[in-house]
Design a protein around this ligand. Structure first.
Ligand code: HEC
Length: 167
């Protein structure tokens, strides 16, 4: 447990360190303080969007997969520190980000994105690649640019998507 916690602290530190360096290039205040940046704009660049949209999760969101995804979300993935324990985009680190992390419980969000587009973001981050959204604190999390495997990424993602379907 203690090892897990220090791992989370390390991962969060890595993220925040990189966010600080992004700030060095783009002064704070370019986003919408205290809010998500317009979610109707795709984060995937136009040239890659059609291909990314078609990518499907390699497995179904069974209870086992969701349980593993939750562990990754809360543990080694470090997602919780920004996205919050319930995925509402209100994690403890969110307050210092220029753009609010995605609120996975927003039903509108689920209509706007396919899982494949979201996997593209897990692999590449949301760093302003489309040219229509500024770079954000969402850095690449899936290898090779990130630190978790693609399979772990899918599990965390399916868990996040399940948060919007409850209630
Ligand atoms: C340092 C803070 C931070 C951490 C840690 C973080 N995220 Fe994010 N995430 C963000 C922000 C900020 C956004 C909003 C990006 C935007 O508006 O383009 C975001 C957006 C997303 C999106 C939505 C992308 C889209 O196209 O709308 C997904 C999916 C996501 N994160 C998954 C994850 C997963 C899975 C993890 C853990 C492995 C994680 N995030 C960890 C900050 C973070």
């Amino acid at each position: 447990m203690r090892r897990n916690l220090s791992r989370v602290a390390m991962v969060t530190g890595l993220f925040l360190g990189s966010v600080a360096s992004v700030w060095a290039v783009n002064p704070a205040g370019y986003g919408q303080a205290g809010g998500e940046y317009d979610i109707t704009i795709p984060r995937v660049p136009a040239g890659e969007l059609a291909k990314a949209k078609k990518v499907k999760p390699p497995f179904e969101p069974t209870p086992d997969v969701l349980a593993e995804g939750k562990q990754i979300f809360l543990g080694m993935g470090g997602c919780v520190s920004c996205h919050g324990p319930e995925g509402k985009g209100n994690g403890s680190a969110a307050t210092i980000l220029p753009i609010q992390p995605r609120n996975f419980t927003n039903p509108k969000f689920h209509r706007l994105r396919t899982p494949g587009e979201l996997m593209w973001v897990l692999k590449n981050g949301s760093m302003g690649q489309s040219g229509r959204v500024p770079g954000t604190g969402m850095l690449p999390v899936v290898q090779p640019k990130g630190f978790i495997t693609e399979e772990q990424g899918w599990k965390a993602l399916l868990y996040e998507l399940s948060l919007g379907k409850k209630k």
